[in-house]
Every structure is written in C-alpha cells, then in structure tokens.
Ligand binder design. Structure first.
Ligand SMILES: NC(=O)C1=CN([C@@H]2O[C@H](COP(=O)(O)OP(=O)(O)OC[C@H]3O[C@@H](n4cnc5c(N)ncnc54)[C@H](OP(=O)(O)O)[C@@H]3O)[C@@H](O)[C@H]2O)C=CC1
Ligand SMILES: Cc1cn([C@H]2C[C@H](O)[C@@H](COP(=O)(O)OP(=O)(O)O[C@H]3O[C@@H](C)C(=O)[C@@H](O)[C@H]3O)O2)c(=O)[nH]c1=O
Ligand SMILES: [Mg+2]
Length: 298
C-alpha cells in the first residue's frame, strides 16, 4: 500500500509519520517539499503530485488552523480548508483511492450541553469552522471512499497548542483569566494518529466503513479546568511558575475576532463501535505530553 501524507509537520502530521509507517510505503510532504509539491495553496502542483504518485490512500493533515486570523484571511482559509480539499477528493475518486481527512468541533454552533453526533445539524460560528465544514461536504460529495475525523482541542508535544500557551503565559505573568464556559475534550495528536492508522487498515478491507466519525478523548472539561490541570502537573514536576492567580472567566469577558462554540462535546460512540476501539480519558494523554515537554520549562 502506498500512502501520501500531506501536512507532515503539523501536530497530527508529525504523529502520523510514525503511526502510518508500518502500513506500507509512505510519502510524507509539507508545503516546502521539493521532489513533489505538497502545498495546498498550489492546487495544480498538488494535482501533479497525486497523478504522479498514484497513492492508494491520501491522508490530509494540512489545514489553515489559525482561528482568529481566519476572520480576516477568509480567502486563504477557504482555499486550503475547502477548495484544495475538493481537488483532493476529486483526484482520490479518479484513482479509486481513500481520502482521510480531519475536521473540527467548530462546525457546530455550540448550543446545549449534549455531545454532538455525526448527523447533528452543523452551523459554524466562525470562518475557520465554515471552511472546514465546506471541506467535509466536498469530500462526502466527490469521494466515495473517505474517512473524515472530527476532533477537538488538539495538543501534541510538538507544535503549538493551548497547554503550551498556558505554560508560557504562566512563566511570564502573575495573573491569568481563562474561559470556563466552553466545554470540550483535549485530544492528543498521538491518539488521533494511532486511531487513523487502525481505521485505514480496517477500512481497506471493509469499504463500507467509509464515513464521518467523531474522534475525541474521553471525559470533558473547560479551558479553565484544563489550564488548572496543566499547572497542577507542572508544579508537581517542580516547574516554577510566575502565576499566582488563575481566574475563571466567561466567554463574554474574553472578546476575540472569531466566535467560539460553548458546547464542543463530541459523541464518539459511532467510531468506537464501528472500529472496536475505546478512547482513554483526556487527562491520560495530557499527562504524557506534559511529562515529555516539562524539562523545557524547568
Ligand atoms: N489544532 C486543533 O486544535 C484542531 C485541529 N483540527 C484539525 O486537525 C487537523 C490537523 O490539525 P493540527 O495538526 O492540530 O494543525 P497544525 O496547525 O499543527 O498543522 C497544520 C499543518 O498544515 C500545514 N499547512 C498550512 N497551510 C498549508 C499549505 N498551504 N500547504 C501545506 N500545508 C499547509 C501547516 O504548515 P505550516 O506550519 O508551514 O503553516 C501545519 O504543518 C486539521 O485538519 C485541523 O483543522 C480539528 C480540531 C482541533
Ligand atoms: C490564551 C488564552 C486563551 N483563552 C481562551 C480562548 C479560547 O476560547 C480558548 C482556547 O484558545 P486557543 O487559542 O487554543 O483556541 P483555538 O485556537 O480556537 O482552538 C481551536 O483550534 C481549532 C484549530 C480547533 O479546531 C478547535 O478544536 C480548537 O482547538 O482559550 C483564554 O480564556 N485565556 C487566555 O489567556
Ligand atoms: Mg489555535
């Protein structure tokens, strides 16, 4: 099996390089790749890459993920998260290949407190969410063999994420306010990559597994409680923080260019049942990641 991985240096892409390697031949590209074009802002170049390599599976971990910046760069976000994804879907279909892709809790409007199911009505509150939804719909429309994983609050030892932002801010400031009324599950790139590899293996043998799935760690938390957990772990590891006061705040007290959903809970029953998996509690993976990066903060 030949797998083409796009976005190899992102949080999820980096872990996929490890997790996909045992499945077969892996060609992993980022936007700066030179042998083949791996730039989602260059659809012609990328089309040539796919036609030359003829992969059995395309895994797209590349995306425009700067949520606030997307509000003022809607064109760029749409090109990478929707237009180029449409092209990938068409090219995959023409080859009879699988397309594996990632989407987000931000496709939902965040109303209520019930975990979202795959077929619940989508209504994104921001440009990033709208472009990610457009990408999902294009894949479902154009490519018969696909796995789309909607995930949430991704973190990894490598890359940028909320936990690392918190550690940096807590080393600089004595007081911080963190939102306590947005609820979701921090999900590790390691878990996402391992589940992806397992799902590809299973789906290749059982094409009816094609579809959209929610992939998130177990349990739920607010950004505030997540930050508390990160600081507790850091202090236990002997990290000295400048932070002395952490304040829980409402979303309304933290204005940002992009609106964000209050309810980001994802119901993952479909994925766990279809593929025979059980997802660990979010704290388990966050602890592992913190253990890995903590020496940088000591
Ligand atoms: N991060 C999160 O909290 C969540 C992410 N997701 C989804 O999961 C997937 C993986 O996200 P994650 O790994 O966290 O994101 P990252 O931002 O860590 O990685 C995205 C990667 O895409 C690359 N990229 C951006 N533009 C292009 C381009 N034009 N051509 C090629 N590559 C490009 C980036 O490269 P560069 O560094 O050079 O910009 C980066 O390596 C995405 O689909 C995202 O929407 C879903 C829910 C939550
Ligand atoms: C830095 C900071 C953030 N916050 C809030 C803002 C926001 O609501 C929340 C998380 O901040 P972030 O900048 O990590 O948020 P954001 O980049 O929007 O995170 C999202 O990224 C995209 C790609 C996704 O798909 C989502 O699942 C989600 O992970 O914390 C505070 O309350 N206080 C702070 O000091
Ligand atoms: Mg972010």
């Amino acid at each position: 099996m030949h797998i083409l991985l796009l976005g190899k240096n992102g949080q999820v892409g980096w872990e996929l390089q490890r997790a996909l390697a045992p499945l077969g031949k892996l060609t992993a590209l980022d936007r700066h790749a030179t042998d083949y074009c791996g730039d989602l802002a260059n659809p012609e170049g990328l089309t040539q890459t796919i036609r030359a390599l003829k992969p059995d599976v395309i895994v797209n971990a590349a995306a425009y993920t700067a949520v606030d910046k997307a509000e003022s760069e809607a064109e760029q976000a749409r090109q990478i998260n929707a237009d180029s994804v449409t092209m990938l879907a068409r090219e995959a279909e023409a080859l009879g290949a699988w397309l594996v892709h990632y989407s987000t809790d931000y496709v939902f409007n965040g109303e209520g407190d019930i975990p979202w199911q795959e077929n619940d009505v989508t209504a994104p509150l921001n440009v990033y969410g709208a472009t990610k939804l457009a990408g999902e719909l294009a894949i479902q429309h154009h490519c018969s063999r696909h796995l789309i994983f909607r995930t949430s609050w991704v973190y990894a030892a490598r890359g940028n994420n909320f936990a690392k932002t918190m550690l940096r801010l807590a080393s600089e400031r004595s007081e911080l306010g963190v939102i306590n009324d947005q609820i979701g599950a921090p999900t590790g790139a390691e878990l996402i990559a391992d589940v992806t590899a397992h799902a590809i293996y299973r789906a290749m043998a059982q094409p009816k597994l094609t579809g959209l799935y929610h992939l998130a760690a177990g349990g739920e938390t607010s950004w505030y409680d997540y930050a508390c957990f990160v600081f507790e772990q850091a202090r236990q590891a002997g990290v000295k923080l400048a932070l002395t006061q952490l304040n829980p705040i409402l979303t309304s007290a933290y204005p940002t260019p992009a609106s964000r959903p209050l309810n980001s809970r994802l119901n993952t029953t479909k994925l766990q049942t279809a593929f025979g998996l059980e997802f660990p509690h979010w704290q388990q993976g966050v602890k592992r990641m913190l253990t890995e990066i903590m020496e940088q903060y000591q």
